[in-house]
Ligand binder design. Structure first.
Ligand SMILES: Cc1cc2nc3c(=O)[nH]c(=O)nc-3n(C[C@H](O)[C@H](O)[C@H](O)COP(=O)(O)O)c2cc1C
Length: 217
C-alpha cells in the first residue's frame, strides 16, 4: 500500500473483530514507530504491549468511567461538541468493548527528556509531545498498511496512576497515549473527512491563498 493511501484512509477504528494479532505484526508496527524522529534523537518513548485479558479488562475499567463522565457532559450540554449522534454511538461502542480489543499499546515517555521549549509563553504548552506523537503516527500508519485498525486514545492519561501501577511502569515515565490495535470489523473509509488544503495552508502570509492548494473540496 502506498503511504499516501495509508494516510488518506487511516481512520479511528472503533469496531474490531476478536481475531488475534500475531507477535510478528505487533513487532513490525512497533519497529515502524522506532524510526520516528525525536528532539536531539533522545528517544524518550517506550511501549507496553498489553495482551493479557485481565489487564485489558483493568484498562477498560479505567477508560469506561472517564468516557462516561465525558459523554454525560456532552449530553447535558456542559461541553459543546457538535458531534453527530452516530459519532457518539461509535465512540461509546468503542468504550464499552475496550477490553475485547486484542492489543492495547501503552505509550510511555521519559518526561525529563521532553523539552517544554514554549513553557514561558502565555498559552498551552505544545512542544513536549513533539517527541512522542510522530512515533505514534508511524505505528498507526504501519498498522493501516498491514490492514490493522487503531485508535489513538489520550483519555486514559487521566488514569495514569492506575495504569502505571497495573503495568509496573517506572516513576520516571509518563503515559502519553494508549493505542488500540486489532483487525477492523468494518471496511476502512475510502477517504477521511478533513478540511480542504486551501483552508489550512497559506503562501507567504497567514490567510493568503496557496494557489497550488486548488479550490476548496
Ligand atoms: C490526540 C488525540 C487523542 C484522541 N483521544 C481519543 C480518545 O481518548 N478516545 C477515542 O475514542 N478517540 C480518541 N481519538 C480519536 C479521534 O477522535 C479521531 O482521530 C478523530 O475523531 C478523527 O477520526 P477519523 O480519523 O475516523 O476521521 C484521539 C485522537 C487524537 C489525535
Amino acid at each position: 500500500m502506498d503511504v499516501y493511501d495509508a494516510m488518506q484512509t487511516l481512520n479511528a477504528c472503533r469496531y474490531y473483530k476478536p481475531d488475534p494479532v500475531s507477535d510478528a505484526l505487533v513487532a513490525k508496527v512497533l519497529n515502524a514507530a522506532r524510526w520516528a524522529a525525536t528532539g536531539s534523537n533522545n528517544q524518550p518513548v517506550t511501549y507496553v504491549v498489553v495482551r493479557d485479558a485481565a489487564k485489558r479488562r483493568a484498562i477498560h475499567d479505567c477508560y469506561q468511567p472517564i468516557w462516561d463522565t465525558v459523554i454525560k457532559k456532552y449530553a447535558s450540554g456542559e461541553i459543546k461538541s457538535g458531534f453527530s449522534s452516530s459519532f457518539l454511538q461509535n465512540v461509546d461502542h468503542f468504550a464499552r468493548h475496550f477490553a475485547e480489543i486484542p492489543v492495547h499499546i501503552v505509550v510511555c515517555a521519559r518526561w525529563k527528556d521532553l523539552t517544554a521549549l514554549d513553557a514561558s509563553l502565555d498559552r498551552t504548552v505544545l512542544t513536549p509531545g513533539s517527541s512522542i506523537y510522530p512515533a505514534v503516527q508511524n505505528l498507526m500508519l504501519a498498522a493501516r498498511t498491514e490492514g490493522l485498525g487503531t485508535v489513538l486514545t489520550t483519555l486514559l492519561v487521566l488514569a495514569e496512576k492506575d495504569i502505571k501501577k497495573l503495568l509496573n511502569i517506572p516513576d520516571e515515565l509518563a503515559t502519553a497515549a494508549v493505542i488500540t490495535l486489532g483487525w477492523p470489523e468494518k471496511p476502512f473509509p475510502e477517504k477521511l473527512k478533513r478540511k480542504p488544503l486551501s483552508e489550512i495552508a497559506f503562501l507567504d502570509s497567514y490567510g493568503a491563498a496557496l494557489p497550488s492548494a486548488g479550490p476548496p473540496s
